[in-house]
Ligand binder design. Sequence first.
Ligand SMILES: *Cc1c(COP(=O)(O)O)cnc(C)c1O
Length: 450
Amino acid sequence: MNSAIEQRRRLVTELPGPRSRALQERKVAAVSAGVPTGLPAYIVEGRDGILVDADGNQLIDFGSGIAVTSVGNGNPRVVKAVQDQIARLTHTCVMVTPYEPYVEVCEKLNALTPGGHDKRSALFNSGAEAVENAVKIARHFTGRQAIVAFDHAYHGRTNLTLGLTAKNMPYKDRFGPFAGELYRVPMAYPYRWPGGEKACESDAFDYITDQVHAQVGEHNTAAVIIEPIQGEGGFIVPPAGFLKELALWCAEHGILFIADEVQSGFCRTGDWFACDAEGVVPDLITTAKGIAGGMPLAAVTGRADIMDSIHPGGLGGTYGGNPVACAAALASIETMEADGLAERARAIGEILTGRLTELGERFPQVGEVRGRGAMIAMELVEDRETRKPAAALTAAVNKACHSRGLVTLTCGTLGNVFRFLPPLTISDDLLAEGLDLFEESFAEAVAAIG
Ligand SMILES: *Cc1c(COP(=O)(O)O)cnc(C)c1O
């Protein structure tokens, strides 16, 4: 039983060990080269903040499978809910014959997402699918076609969502043409706004909305889609008040405001949703990742008038809102409530921010530490004057972490951001041990490449 996994790192072989290396050989021979592996240690079991590989090494998990296992791997409530549900009913397709867990997940989403207004939800399989459906719904409801997205945005890898995603390599390169009527505007990115943080605070909103006015036209715009804290693009937090101003501007022009909270949602940032911290109420919100403890589930939740404007059969899919995934979501949500995981995310955020800020006092390569709750990042630069991105150093730190058995992730359009996404159930001791390893790795990489 994996509840016996001690919450400590333990290395019994080099990384990856012989069993993982043999599996990696099979992987290369069987799996498309397009699907890469960050750290080729093959995981056989996991619990909370520890992943155990095929060689018996215990790794510390600072990635949660990209912000998915927020309630911890092998969460007992999720495991039991999944086992009970799959034994009772595996699948029917909700459009053929329905079942209660689908309805209950939608009820929970309608209650937990920002705003006390009447809402409806629809369930899907992945974040990209939720984003695609939010775009469909926004176009259908408004009768307009243009969708405005941002620099550094990540909204998925399907054709429509790739058109919204900003970064070429590795996501978009040679995969075009992309869908039409998708427009991109600059992101309110304080650290890299021309003229700096203060200028971003005062100018970003006007600059961005002027761009929409001039290049698209408000009356042509169905929706503006934004990650309240950008994920893959570098954990970019816009200035306080920017999102609210943008949402108000959207409302004034009949443009729907879509918050893509696939990565930032479900307690990750210390609230149920990142929008909560600023009192922003989106018209539509997309969720996935942390929603179901690792089972594939995603959702679009939004104003009832918008969501109910779609004709029957206009939304759906074979697997979307599968009963087992729904049972996992209900158990995850129950865990977040019962175990106070939003509060825990804030505590984790304080620990991470404290330690990383201290590291920044020793190393000028630490450009900025930012984020909220347990969604914290460090942007690495060659020096603080030029703020030139240090992508090679970032990759070297990541590699050094991996060799020590710390599972870490980078991000950022320029490849120079280190992100921290531990499970919210990680213990203080394990978090501290992981941060010790990170600091060692950082110093080692700086010594090697500066
Ligand atoms: C991961 C992510 C997506 C895509 O989700 P998938 O489940 O990988 O399709 C969309 N939006 C954001 C903000 C994400 O972080």
